[in-house]
Design a protein around this ligand. Structure first.
Ligand SMILES: Cc1ncc(COP(=O)(O)O)c(C=O)c1O
Length: 394
């Protein structure tokens, strides 16, 4: 079985070439002291000519009861500053970014982590920076738009395999693997519309046997799967140094932003080559503090995760007993398939009349033959809520 060493050493060598050319980039951490002053890691104060905060409004607070002295709505206390004012490699990275990245790395049991402005940006940035025009990508037919766009931007040859059909994937690998210098499988872990998951253990075997790297979007699985809540790889015990896993802070974490946790080489690579990271403003500080607390909390919520999934199993069973075509196994995304756009819209409308909001999902979000009602469950739903839902379908 080939080892993934070649992939990682190629990344390392390219990074070394960058370093030799004086082009290697790494994130600096800045303390923003006032609208005009920053301090570097050693505490040296500098007048900041590196921000896009042209009117100093990242410091503006509309409330007159700001907890610190305030001149024309601009407080002197940096803790109340909002916008980062610049992209992460210019002056946008602060202690809060550093702390959150370290916390995510600890949570994921990885060497490091990198923050993106959204999960969409993380996916686009990862796929388009690790794959190139000499490579081949095998991509699930129902992948999220951000993975699809990442494949397009990478310029790699992309072969789409039928949804979660790993036998079909195996056949396609036999036919096409040799067409790419490097090869990738790209997939959602928990599919956002259909609520189902790939068999990651089988996929890991295919990845190992065919010398692939797997890019796995854990967006909806973070917080939902795994005892610690890190996602489907943890839940299925499918760990491998051939996965590159992406995540979002906007679903179960309840905030906004995307991330990748992984070995230092990967984090250095993304810092240097992921354009959606390099050329986009860093996240605001208040959001980062909240996110950090949410991740710590999420890690302790295994009982809630179990409840959520057992409620999802029960709901699916009740809906199937009514003769409905229901997707997935135990995830909190429960898809109910309709036969046409008209039918799915009518269902959604009638549920709404009964006080139940269940969005209808139509093309192009899903393929033409895939109209569905998407029920997203959460731990605040009561058993009465779930009974009302089943009664409405009945
Ligand atoms: C599977 C999947 N990946 C990525 C994203 C993008 O995440 P974000 O909303 O943080 O940009 C979404 C959000 O819709 C998603 O469903």
């Amino acid at each position: 079985m080939p080892s993934p060493t070649r992939f990682w050493s190629e990344l390392k060598n390219s990074l070394q070439d960058r370093t030799n050319a004086g082009l290697f980039r790494s994130r600096r951490t800045w303390d923003h002291l006032s609208p005009r002053l920053v301090a570097d890691e050693r505490g040296q104060q500098l007048v900041n000519f590196g921000s896009n905060d042209y009117l100093s409004l990242s410091w503006y607070h509309p409330s007159p009861c700001t907890p610190s002295p305030c001149i024309d709505g601009i407080p002197e206390n940096p803790a109340t500053r909002e916008g980062a004012g610049a992209s992460p490699l210019i002056t946008g990275s602060t202690r809060e970014h550093d702390e959150l990245a370290k916390e995510i790395a600890r949570f994921e049991h990885e060497e490091g982590a990198i923050l993106f402005s959204s999960g969409f940006a993380a996916n686009v940035g990862v796929v388009s920076s690790v794959a190139g025009s000499d490579d081949i990508i095998f991509s699930d037919r129902l992948n999220h738009a951000s993975l699809i766009d990442g494949c397009r931007l990478s310029r790699a040859k992309t072969i789409v395999y039928p949804h979660n059909d790993l036998e079909a994937l195996q056949k396609l690998l036999k036919q096409h693997r040799h067409e790419g210098r490097r090869a990738f499988v790209v997939t959602d872990s928990l599919f956002s519309m259909d609520g189902d998951v790939p068999d990651l253990k089988v996929m890991r075997r295919l990845i190992e046997e065919n010398d692939l790297i797997g890019i796995l979007d854990e967006a909806h699985a973070t917080g939902v799967y795994g005892v610690r809540g890190t996602g489907l790889v943890e839940h299925l015990a499918a760990e491998s140094d051939r996965w590159i896993r992406t995540g979002t802070l906007s679903k179960a974490v309840g905030s906004v932003g995307g991330f990748v946790a992984g070995p230092k080489t990967l984090i250095d690579w993304l810092t240097n080559f992921a354009r959606s990271y390099i050329y986009s403003t860093a996240a605001p500080a208040s959001q980062l503090r909240r996110t950090l607390a949410a991740i710590r909390k999420l890690e302790t919520m295994s009982i809630e995760r179990d409840t959520l999934r057992s409620n999802a199993i029960n709901l699916r069973q009740a809906l199937r007993e009514l003769g409905l075509c229901v997707g997935g196994a135990d995830s909190p995304i429960v898809a109910i398939y309709a036969t046409s756009v008209g039918e799915v819209m009518a269902w959604s409308h009638r549920l709404r009349e009964r006080g139940l909001l269940v969005p209808a999902i139509r093309p192009p979000t899903v393929p033409d033959d895939g109209c569905l009602l998407r029920i997203s469950m959460n731990t605040s739903h009561t058993s009465d809520d779930l009974t009302s839902l089943v009664d409405a379908f009945r």
